[in-house]
Design a protein around this ligand. Structure first.
Ligand code: PLP
Length: 412
């Protein structure tokens, strides 16, 4: 008899964004004349920049000729893209990462999810709360949690690190020591960041406790302030304790094209039950070569173009455009006296729901009265209750219109 992985049964029925989609579809069906503006899901809207397109077109032509056709590429990514990553994302910031420490993939979501393959199921996991749901869900699936508790909104066995206005969205070092620590900065969903000295405390803590930090910096391109680290490896000693996930999705509008990478330094070790040291770079390489067949040549050529002079200028224009949207959102909220966080080093604005309303009540209010869709904070974890996320990834006209409507709705 075929047995199911019962860990899947512990999962909540409904994924946040599908609940939102259902509510929006129902409202639209009942109100077909209303134009709904979506500032909910974190997908980009600006098209792929010309330099990337040009290089992808050239790559298409190349694979159409027998002399330059490409079949399977290296599972870890072509050398040209890994060189560009090492030079531009690391060397320019004074960080030495070697080519064989970079693994190109089709998404940070997959990498964040797949990385759990490397770790024993008896490891203790810590996540910030609220959190990008992938870290939690993939650990539930692989059996690192107990049951879900309806009352607390938490899973047994997970260490939750609350990030709220009360602690300035800076997670505290937990007393119960985790083995796997997920940190994402600039943060999705709160849009907040950790300054270097704060991140350094985590690196020290991980070192002292032989834990690992899984650092997601998918939004590093949006950092505008000086003392905010773009990479965890800016912190001394981090290569011994951290894996870093990066993505071209938000940086260069690759959410549909799909390209990302993960850095697994060779210094990084995990341990066998009897205390033997095992290099994680070798394990990740083995895992990727077994289960992954690489990103398409055309995509990698496009990603390489992101690092060219023109590519950089062009993607920075798009980032500027989104951050202008963030400013419009922030200013709109200020006008109606709503407290918010983020939106400075990140495309997300995390607002405090007014009048002690619940996140989902506020969602319904905005949907029905302003016809604007955002994301209820509680959907990202129990500490997100009473908060709400708006994204700056919409187009200008919609963002301006959404803020006009929100202001009209919230002028109590
Ligand atoms: N990490 C975080 C924190 C994200 O918010 C997202 C997407 O929303 C991802 C990773 C996914 O990135 P990718 O498109 O590369 O899979």
């Amino acid at each position: 008899m075929i047995k199911v992985n019962e860990n899947f049964l512990k999962m909540q029925d409904s994924y946040l964004f599908s609940t939102i989609a259902k509510k929006v579809a129902k409202y639209q069906e009942e109100n077909p004349d209303k134009k709904i503006i979506k500032l909910g899901i974190g997908d980009v809207t600006r098209p792929i920049v010309p330099k990337v397109l040009e290089q992808m077109h050239d790559a298409v032509d190349e694979v159409g000729k027998s002399e330059s056709f490409r079949g399977y590429g290296p599972e870890q990514g072509y050398e040209f893209i890994r060189k560009a990553i090492v030079e531009n994302d690391y060397k320019k910031r004074g960080i030495n990462i070697e080519l064989d420490e970079v693994f190109v993939s089709d998404g940070a979501k997959c990498d964040c999810g797949n990385i759990v393959d490397l770790f024993g199921t008896n490891n203790k996991v810590a996540i910030t709360d609220p959190v990008y749901p992938v870290y939690l869900d993939t650990n539930i699936m692989t059996g690192r949690t107990g049951k879900y508790d309806e009352e607390t909104g938490k899973y047994e066995g997970i260490i939750y690190l609350p990030c709220t206005a009360e602690n300035n969205f800076i997670p505290e070092l937990p007393k119960e020591v985790p083995d796997m620590i997920y940190l994402c900065f600039p943060n999705n969903p709160t849009g907040t960041v950790l300054k270097k000295e704060e991140l350094a405390k985590w690196v020290k803590y991980a070192k002292e406790n032989k834990s690992i930090i899984l650092f997601d910096s998918a939004y590093e391109a949006f950092i505008s302030e000086e003392d905010v680290p773009h990479s965890i490896y800016e912190i001394e000693g981090a290569k011994e304790v951290a894996i870093e996930f990066r993505s071209f999705s938000k940086t260069a509008g690759f959410t549909g094209i799909r390209c990302a990478y993960t850095v697994v330094p060779k210094e990084l070790k995990a341990y066998t039950e009897d205390g033997g040291e095992i290099g994680l770079n070798r394990l990740w390489n083995r895992r990727q070569c077994t289960k992954f067949n690489g990103v398409s040549y055309i995509t990698q050529k496009g990603a390489e173009a992101v690092y060219s002079k023109e590519g950089q200028e062009e993607i920075k224009e798009n980032i500027k455009y989104y951050m202008e949207n963030a400013k419009i959102i922030r200013e709109g909220l200020e006008e109606v006296g709503i407290t918010y966080y983020g939106g400075i080093n990140s495309p997300y604005v995390w607002l405090k729901v007014p009048n002690n309303m619940k996140s989902w009540d506020f969602f319904d209010l905005l949907l029905e009265k302003a016809n604007v869709v955002g994301t209820p904070g509680v959907g990202f974890g129990p500490s997100g209750e009473g908060y709400f996320r708006l994204t700056a990834f919409g187009n200008r006209e919609n963002t301006e219109e959404a803020m006009r409507r929100i202001k009209n709705t919230l002028q109590f």
